[in-house]
Unconditional design. Structure first.
Length: 232
């Protein structure tokens, strides 16, 4: 059996002009995660991440704390889904059904309740597959892309390997969906509870993918600072 550790990126810059950038807290979370792996004596035979800055910067910070880090392999297949075009395409119909969405949408970046209202509503529609507009990546295409990324890891790394994958909540939920045969809406809800810099792990061989742990942030919790636990 081999093991894949999937690490979600550290806290990004919610509400800033460029979300795809680790906050200072996000950088600290990433370094703590790297120290955690080093303290456990875990080394990686290979490491992968998406092209997003928050994913790459998390990966580099974690790997910098390891004695002999592998070369980081970067591919867009590991990227998060792009919710912006999806929300933009689905919002007019959402406002027709619920006029309160019109007031919430402009406040998304400054009001977390407004963000959650619009974001969850749009993503629930997106996953259903019933509202595809042709203006954004579909849920089915996202699952195919995420599956391709996972298949690459499993194909490139045979038995007895330990692999790190640095990604985001969506791809982690897609792997959970595959490992546990989850329904689509259940997999989507998992996305919203995955902590920044959390670690999930999976065993795999030629035939099977099995969950070992999910959304662990013990390495952050042990420091006794509640502010280290974030979700965005």
């Amino acid at each position: 059996m081999s093991t894949i550790y999937i690490i979600r990126h550290g806290q990004a810059s919610f509400g800033a002009d460029n979300y795809d950038c680790l906050s200072e807290l996000g950088r600290r979370q990433s370094l703590i995660t790297g120290d955690h792996f080093a303290d456990l004596g875990i080394s990686f035979d290979a490491a992968y991440c998406g092209t997003m800055a928050r994913q790459q910067d998390t990966a580099k910070a974690v790997l910098s704390r390891l004695p002999q880090p592998p070369e980081l392999q970067v591919s867009a297949d590991f990227n998060e889904y792009d919710s912006g075009p999806t929300i933009k395409a689905l919002l007019p119909a959402m406002i027709q059904e619920n006029p309160a969405m019109a007031q919430a949408a402009p406040k998304m970046l400054e009001d977390r309740r407004a963000f959650q209202m619009v974001y969850e509503g749009a993503m629930t529609r997106w996953v259903s597959g019933e509202y595809d507009t042709g203006e954004a990546e579909t849920w089915a295409s996202f699952l195919e892309r995420s599956g391709r990324a996972l298949d690459r890891i499993m194909s490139d790394n045979g038995r007895g390997k330990t692999v790190a994958m640095f990604s985001s909540g969506g791809p982690i939920s897609a792997v959970m969906r595959r490992a546990l045969n989850l329904e689509d809406q259940t997999a989507l809800r998992l996305t919203w509870m995955i902590k920044n810099a959390s670690v999930s792990s999976f065993f795999y061989n030629d035939q099977d993918l099995a969950l070992s742990s999910f959304n662990s942030a013990t390495h952050l919790e042990l420091l006794g600072e509640p502010g280290l636990i974030t979700y965005r």
